[in-house]
Design a binder for this molecule. Structure first.
Ligand SMILES: Nc1nc2c(c(=O)[nH]1)N[C@H]1C(S)=C(S)[C@@H](COP(=O)(O)OP(=O)(O)OC[C@H]3O[C@@H](n4cnc5c(=O)[nH]c(N)nc54)[C@H](O)[C@@H]3O)O[C@H]1N2
Ligand SMILES: Nc1nc2c(c(=O)[nH]1)N[C@H]1C(S)=C(S)[C@@H](COP(=O)(O)OP(=O)(O)OC[C@H]3O[C@@H](n4cnc5c(=O)[nH]c(N)nc54)[C@H](O)[C@@H]3O)O[C@H]1N2
Ligand code: SF4
Ligand SMILES: [Mo]
Length: 712
């Protein structure tokens, strides 16, 4: 029996875990009380890591589909087969790639997803970002010059937080690495601070808040613009230390002139007096932070709303300031130089619908168009890497048809699920216990600067292939080096090259290619930490609270914070037009439950037991009017589809709104998910509309879908 300290890879909170390992099994999971960052916090998902890890439905060998049946095969044969079949697609744009959420949660993804995309050489790259956070990247790209320069609320030092469209008590934070978010919010209140939640649903976070502002879905943009309006109207603008670092801020006043509290109150459902009071609280707090997530990004005006969030942070002088919103500095990153050419989109456009490229990818919703539409460059082959587009993309019925029509499909995924059942080859990744972990992605969003590296808790079995090697091998295959290139030699060559570029005069240390690469990044990083030091500190190293970074962050052509970027300002007339065209009738929104993780953790018995989680929340007044009873079944219809779903009547949801979680619908034939099948639920994306996007970012509108609800 051994004790191993590691980091939970399941969500963005990056909690430290204390694992008890017996033989090749995790037999107990506890929150690591000595973890420098999470201090023992653990949620039900982390607690289930042992069961998830040992799930008998996980694939352990590659599968190749022959005559419609999956057959087990060797890794050599699987890679050789992929290499051979790819020869049928000399035009690389006909091969697409979809990268999903778990890719950003692994060292493999952090180090090798970029090279993998590059080696593919196709313009048809899609990721979960365009069903999630792309508006944030676009907005910070335009305002600060760097697509990853997303400031995060410094919750531990703030006095006031305004949270819109996020439920960190359930999601544990997003684009915001904040282990034990509930504890930190409670501490904020204990210090005498306040937080306000804007949400059409009384979420767990809203329940704990000082104030819950109920809003009509999809209308946060109007509320946010009205708050900006009020900062000017009530003479509350105070740039503090940002004066001199921003482009002319006074012009914003003109842009928001028509969004006064009275003009937006009916559309948002938020009283003008409430808006005025919120603006005052925000401006008068000594230190305040505005934070918006899913309910402000996966909506029609996601980019404008995201922009408005940070405009509020700037106009109240709370950007780059302790207790406001700040930029973390991870140990593997170097300090910025404060110079750059800014950010653009649309360097190329998609074949079928002419969508602009954003961050080198197209909207995930248009993947289906590219597969279905004949002509030169039609997508006929697809790689899915840690993604489940069959459940996670809008208009899933169409996605499923498209996937089944492909000529060739490869999935890098541990499960035979709703998506990978369509594949010709499945390359299974080992369970979390078998992999080394360092968080490349989420330390960029962390509320403290911390560093931690953990080697695999349990050695990888003989004959299995690590995810880093799967990524690397596919990269070399796509780069035309064949299925058996010498990966060590290539890695040594790359490391030498990187070493030279970084001007490093030392030999990076480590037992694996990835460790040496990480050691190089760390030692040439901002703090000069070494891999050896991290190995000596199994609970991580605390590098301190966030510190101001503005001058080195800014990479805009003007060298200032661009307060009114042209592409964003140009979208305001569309916002104004929408203000005048209210959306009558019932609308559908999403939610997350503490015991879920998008689509892929419903195969863990402890996480799906008890009351069904996949229900339609209906307000009691609406239920009475429509004739729905708690525990009954509703038929829900949208432009794209029709479903039947279990009804949960509750006053927690606003009138005129229904709420359903995503990631369910495990009743598809040909999968291997024995537990999830018993708790199938219904796929909400059979209702969401693939034609509705935020045009500036290509992000799907997943919240605020117009629906009709009747008894089934
Ligand atoms: N209606 C609606 N739809 C939504 C959302 C919503 O709020 N409402 N949310 C959206 C959001 S925010 C997101 S991020 C997307 C997620 O969309 P996706 O990323 O497409 O889906 P996931 O459900 O995260 O599926 C992850 C896949 O990775 C596999 N996997 C698990 N562990 C590993 C691993 O270690 N390595 C690899 N290679 N694969 C692994 C799983 O088996 C699964 O197939 O869904 C989006 N869809
Ligand atoms: N337990 C759990 N944790 C997760 C995940 C999970 O599936 N389960 N998924 C992870 C992923 S990939 C992500 S991206 C994050 C997301 O993290 P969050 O953004 O915190 O996501 P949610 O918990 O869905 O909270 C979104 C809230 O927005 C509200 N909402 C919906 N529409 C609107 C609107 O128009 N306006 C406003 N103001 N509110 C609205 C919903 O009612 C809901 O309470 O969570 C991550 N963490
Ligand atoms: S909050 Fe996230 S990181 Fe922490 S234990 Fe739960 S799933 Fe893991
Ligand atoms: Mo996400």
């Amino acid at each position: 029996m051994r004790t191993v300290f590691t980091t939970c890879p399941l969500c963005e909170a990056t909690c430290g875990l204390e694992l008890t390992v017996e033989g090749d099994r995790i037999t107990k999971v506890r929150g690591d009380r000595e973890d420098e960052f999470s201090r023992g916090f653990l949620c039900p998902k982390g607690a289930s890591l042992g069961t998830l890890d040992a799930d008998p439905d996980r694939l352990s060998t590659p599968l190749i589909k022959r005559d419609g049946e999956f057959q087990e095969t060797t890794w050599e044969e699987a890679f050789a087969y992929v290499d051979e079949r790819l020869k049928d697609f000399p035009d690389r744009d006909t091969v697409a790639m979809y990268l999903g959420n778990p890719v950003v949660h692994s060292l493999a993804g952090g180090l090798y997803a970029g090279p993998l995309r590059k080696a593919l050489g196709s313009r048809n790259v899609f990721t979960a970002s365009t069903v999630d956070q792309m508006p944030k990247h676009v907005q910070v790209g335009h305002m600060f010059g760097g697509i990853f320069s997303i400031p995060v609320p410094d919750i531990d030092r703030t006095d006031f937080m305004l949270v819109l469209g996020a439920d960190p008590f359930s999601s544990n934070g997003s684009l915001w690495t904040v282990p034990d978010a509930p504890g930190r919010f409670r501490d904020l209140r204990k210090r005498g601070g306040r937080f306000v939640v804007v949400d059409p649903r009384r979420s767990r976070t809203a329940q704990a808040a000082d104030q819950h502002v109920v809003i009509r879905p999809g209308t946060d943009v109007f509320l946010l613009l009205a708050l900006i309006h009020e900062l000017f109207a009530q003479d509350l603008v105070n740039l503090r230390d940002l004066a001199g670092h921003v482009t002319d801020h006074a012009v914003i006043r003109e842009h928001v002139a028509e969004f006064g509290p009275e003009a937006v109150e009916e559309r948002t459902g938020v009283a003008a007096a409430t808006i005025r009071a919120l603006a005052r609280q925000l401006a008068e707090a000594e230190r305040a932070a505005v934070y918006g997530r899913i309910g402000t990004t996966t909506v029609e005006f996601g980019t404008v709303a995201s922009w408005a969030v940070d405009v509020l942070n700037v106009l109240t002088g709370n950007l780059d300031r302790p207790g406001g919103v700040m930029w973390p500095l991870p140990a593997h990153s170097r300090r910025g130089t404060g110079s750059g050419k800014g950010f653009t989109t649309g360097r190329w456009h998609s074949r079928v619908k002419g969508h602009p490229e954003v961050m080198g990818e197209y909207p995930a919703v248009t993947m289906v168009d590219e597969i279905e539409t004949p002509g030169e460059g039609q997508v006929r082959a697809l790689f899915t890497i840690g993604g489940n587009p069959a459940l996670s993309l809008p208009n899933s019925a169409r996605v499923n048809d498209a996937l089944s029509s492909l000529d060739f499909m490869v999935s890098v995924d541990p499960y035979l699920n709703e998506t990978t059942r369509h594949a010709d080859v499945i390359l299974p990744t080992p369970p979390p216990s078998r992999r080394d972990h360092y968080d490349i992605a989420f330390l960029n969003n962390s509320v403290r600067n911390v560093a931690k590296y953990s080697r695999a808790a349990i050695p990888l079995e003989e004959g299995r292939v690590d995810e880093t090697d799967i990524f690397f091998r596919l990269t070399t295959i796509l780069a035309g080096m064949g299925p058996a290139a010498d990966l060590d030699a290539i890695a040594a060559f790359q490391l030498a090259d990187l070493k030279k570029k970084a001007g490093a005069d030392f030999e990076p240390e480590g037992e694996t290619r990835e460790e040496r690469l990480l050691d190089l990044k760390l030692r040439t990083g901002a703090y000069g930490v070494t891999l050896r030091q991290l190995l000596d500190h199994p609970h991580g190293i605390d590098l301190g609270p966030l510190t101001p970074r503005l001058p080195e962050i800014l990479r805009t052509p003007s060298g200032k914070i661009e307060l009114t970027p042209k592409p964003i300002v140009d979208d305001l007339p569309r916002v104004l037009a929408a203000l005048g065209t209210p959306e009558p009738g019932m609308v559908l929104v999403g939610r997350r439950h503490l015991r879920t993780n998008n689509s892929w953790m419903h195969n863990v018995p402890a996480l799906v037991k008890g009351k069904p989680l996949c229900t339609l929340l209906v307000n009691p007044g609406d239920a009475l009017r429509i004739g729905l009873a708690d525990g009954g079944t509703a038929q829900v219809t949208s432009r794209v589809g029709k479903i039947e779903v279990l009804v949960e009547v509750t006053a927690d949801i606003a009138p005129g709104v229904v709420s359903m979680p995503h990631g369910w619908g495990h009743d598809q034939p040909g999968t291997r998910l024995s537990v999830a099948e018993e708790h199938a639920g219904v796929n909400v994306n059979l209702l969401t509309d693939d034609l509705r996007i935020d045009p500036l970012s290509g992000t799907a509108v997943l919240n605020g879908t117009r629906v009709q609800v009747v008894p089934a």
